[in-house]
Design a protein around this ligand. Structure first.
Ligand code: GDP
Ligand code: IMO
Ligand code: MG
Length: 423
């Protein structure tokens, strides 16, 4: 049995939560492999909207086991709040959610370091979600971090104190005015740790590999998107983990030859939240309309998402880096009633035309080149089959398939689980 991957191909918020929820019926195990509470994955069904941060998006299905893998960074405070949110839905998370002992912990001081770093950067700030992601991954690679498994050891408090002392020195070095009450944050943290310890901690690489031997089906759920990848994204305006396919191998302990399908998910247009270059960004009425109809506000921070046309240069790059085998196009309904749709098929980079992702896509280096396609004026939100899709939308999809050389297998026409069309 192989592990299938589901990955965002843009700057995050493509609709991963919705699609993982839709696909979970075909899987035994859903496993998150990177990121942390910077993610906000939205699921909608039965008229209720759920936003998950660290918990995999398979949690609402009765049988699937949900694994938080070693590549994820966990903030006990956020995770416990998520668990509390599940209580009203009678989800038996104690039997359905398991945590890797090797996942790193986000401490209160990691969040403070994130804030201090961003404040110190001033105008050059990343636009981080301020959840402590960067500092926690820095401690991981710097070999200072604390892991879930450390919670089971008697030495945890001593380790914790030593790391916090180090963090406090670092915060002082930033020389920024940061108001905080650490004892209060720590009390909240240790209270959450108590609840966390009621969950099952496992050696998830062992669990996943033995599950494969037993022919159980696994879907790995990515967070963020390829253009936020620490290596291949728009550095330094990225997150601190590998959001691309390889991240699933290191974030779960799955060998590359055990990967099966790679589902690449993208919006029919593009959005970005936070700072950083965005060649196809719109500052006109079209952009305002996408934001309004698409309800483009961050699921985590509530910040407005920047909107723009679909960027095939970037998308092709993401398809290549991930080895995408099937595409899923989200939010097609948002593009209804645009007379003309633009798709960026090349960049003018330093005066030369290229279809490849250049080193820098900052505004001063890159001008997007567009192909125009005819729009459709039909409301898509009630459609249920591929034959019902308007001809112009079918042409839009065919155009993308020809350029990306990968089939579009799912078209999403609304936020609800049922608003999903298979091709
Ligand atoms: P994720 O981080 O990739 O899981 O995506 P988010 O949940 O952050 O953002 C996607 C947003 O779009 C959520 O509010 C979803 O409910 C919504 N959504 C997902 N698919 C569709 C769709 O096909 N049409 C519309 N209109 N909204 C969608
Ligand atoms: P999901 O999983 C969209 C962005 C932030 C910021 C940059 C770094 O919901 O798609 P970080 O907090 O990681 O230090 O922020 O990355 N970012 C996201 N944007 N969706 C996300 O997750 C994101 N996670 C981080 O806005 O620009
Ligand atoms: Mg999101």
């Amino acid at each position: 049995m192989a592990v299938d991957l589901l990955l965002g191909l843009q700057w995050g918020d493509e609709g991963k939560g919705k699609i993982v929820d839709v696909l979970t019926k075909d899987y035994d195990i859903i496993a998150r492999f990177q990121g942390g509470p910077n993610a906000g994955h939205t699921l909608e069904f039965d008229g209720i909207k759920h936003v998950l941060r660290t918990i995999p998006s398979g949690i609402f299905h009765p049988n699937a086991i949900n694994v938080i893998g070693n590549g994820v960074v966990i903030d006990p405070v956020v995770l416990v709040k998520e668990l509390e949110g599940l209580k009203q839905f009678d989800i038996d998370y104690k039997s359905k959610l398991i945590l890797s002992r090797k996942a790193h912990l986000i401490l209160p001081t990691h969040r403070l370091l994130d804030a201090a770093s961003e404040t110190a950067k001033g105008k050059a700030k990343i636009g981080s979600t301020l959840k402590g992601i960067g500092p926690t991954y820095m401690d991981k690679t710097g070999r200072n971090g604390l892991r879930v498994g450390d919670l089971e050891l008697d030495t945890f408090e001593t380790q914790y104190r030593a790391l916090v002392e180090k963090h406090e020195n670092m915060i002082r070095h930033y020389e920024v005015d940061l108001q905080y009450n650490l004892p209060e944050m720590e009390a909240e943290f240790f209270e959450a740790v108590k609840t966390l310890k009621e969950l099952t901690f496992i050696d998830s690489e062992e669990f996943l590999n033995s599950s494969l031997k037993e022919n159980r089906k696994i879907l790995a759920e990515g967070a963020q998107g390829s253009l936020l990848d620490i290596d291949f994204g728009t550095y330094p305006f990225v997150t601190s983990s590998n959001t691309t396919a390889a991240g699933a191998c290191t974030g779960l302990g799955i060998a590359p030859n055990r990967i099966g399908e790679v589902f690449g998910i993208f919006k029919a247009y593009t959005t970005r939240v936070g700072s950083g270059p965005f060649p196809t960004e719109l500052f006109d009425e079209d952009g305002v309309r996408m934001a309004k109809i698409g309800n483009e506000f961050g699921a985590v921070t509530g910040r407005p998402r920047r909107c723009g046309w679909l960027d095939l240069v970037a998308l092709k790059y993401a398809v290549q880096v991930n080895g995408v085998t099937q595409l899923m196009m989200m939010k097609a309904d948002v593009l209804s009633n645009f007379e003309t749709l633009k798709v960026c098929t090349a960049y003018k980079y330093k005066g030369k035309i290229t279809e490849h992702m250049p080193f820098s896509i900052e505004e001063e280096n890159v001008t997007p080149m567009y192909t125009e396609l005819k729009g459709w004026d039909q409301d898509l939100t009630g459609l249920t089959s591929a034959e019902q899709l308007p001809k112009e939308l079918q042409d839009y999809i065919t155009f993308l398939e020809e350029n990306l050389e990968v089939p579009v297998k799912i078209v999403s026409v609304g936020p609800d689980r049922t608003q999903t069309i298979y091709r």
